[in-house]
Design a protein around this ligand. Structure first.
Ligand code: G1P
Length: 297
């Protein structure tokens, strides 16, 4: 039987230096896309895919994330007194149930692989999902839900979501090689983290920030020497695990917005606002006006 994926890990220890001064006192994962913090978008995607345990790998100055996934007694009491049921429902929907959220800290910024490894005691010997919250996936059904289907169809293993990008962008990401395509899914033949030269990249399919991983990844991370950027890379640990276990890729149906980047973050705001029936008409109008005043762009 395929072991179900019930736990998701969210690495949220990054400093957000690309968004200063906004991220001086506010964690970058709390920046909002329309009215939802980036981290909540990832948690909602995980919940939709059947995740029941949300594990956050945080760092110093990230307390707001923990508060966000707790009750806010004063606020809720006030909303109740005022009969604001829509707002109360909205808060209730986003809240993990008691005991469903766990927090641990990455004490030093040693890389993404190391951040994931910090969750090993909480995850235990179970397969898990890994979601990088900076990458906002605009998809329906959600990206992780689409990956769960691949996981179940193949009877388990590891799954990595990918997206095709222009060749001049591949050096910013992890890149995979693909074979045996079936519809949008394929077998991964190799991976390279941030290839410096175009000829080092096996394709222009980038690792877009959603993974389903078997727990043996933790032992591989532990053996991993620092890689690209002097950091312990999850991609390098996956390359080692590939020698023992199957890795499937999925070119998921949807669009990724890299919210670790200013342009990606702004684009996510526009795309998600245009999808919201409550604000889209007014926003469309405002956008039209702005664009017509910037004809030189
Ligand atoms: C990480 C991964 C990389 C992936 C990227 C997606 O890199 O190491 O393989 O393509 O996330 O955002 P980072 O953005 O942490 O440098």
């Amino acid at each position: 039987m395929v072991r179900p994926i019930k736990t998701a890990v969210f690495p949220v220890a990054g400093l957000g230096t690309r968004f200063l001064p906004a991220t001086k006192a506010v964690p970058k994962e709390m920046l909002t896309v329309v009215d939802r913090p980036v981290i909540q978008i990832a948690v909602d995607e995980a919940r939709e895919a059947g995740i029941e345990h949300f594990v956050f790998v945080t760092g110093r100055n990230k307390a707001a994330i923990e508060d966000h996934f707790d009750k806010q007694f004063e606020l809720e009491a006030t909303l109740e007194r005022r009969g604001k049921t829509a707002e109360l429902d909205l808060l209730a929907k986003g809240l993990p149930r008691a005991g469903q959220a766990s927090f641990t800290r990455q004490q030093e910024p040693l890389g993404l692989g190391h951040a994931v490894w910090c969750a090993r005691q909480i995850v235990g010997n179970e397969p898990f999902a890994l979601l990088l919250p900076d990458m906002v996936m605009h998809a329906s059904p959600g990206c992780l839900r689409q990956m769960m289907d691949v996981y179940e169809t193949h009877g388990g293993g590891n799954v990595v979501a990918v997206e095709e990008v222009p060749w001049d962008q591949v050096s910013r990401y992890g890149v995979v090689g693909a074979t045996d395509w079936q519809d949008n899914a394929f077998s991964i033949t190799g991976m390279v983290e941030k290839p410096k030269r175009r000829e080092d990249a096996p394709s222009n399919l980038i690792i877009s920030g959603r993974y389903i991983l078997q727990p043996e990844i933790f032992a591989e991370i532990e053996r991993q020497e620092p890689g690209a950027g002097g950091e312990i890379q999850i991609t390098d640990a996956m390359i080692r695990l590939m020698a023992q276990q199957p890795f499937h890729g999925l070119r998921y149906r949807g669009t990724t917005y890299d919210c670790g980047d200013k342009v990606g973050f702004l684009a996510a705001n526009v795309a998600l606002a245009l999808d919201r029936p409550d604000i889209a008409p007014g926003f469309r109008e405002a956008l039209r006006k702005i664009l017509s005043g910037h004809e030189e762009i």
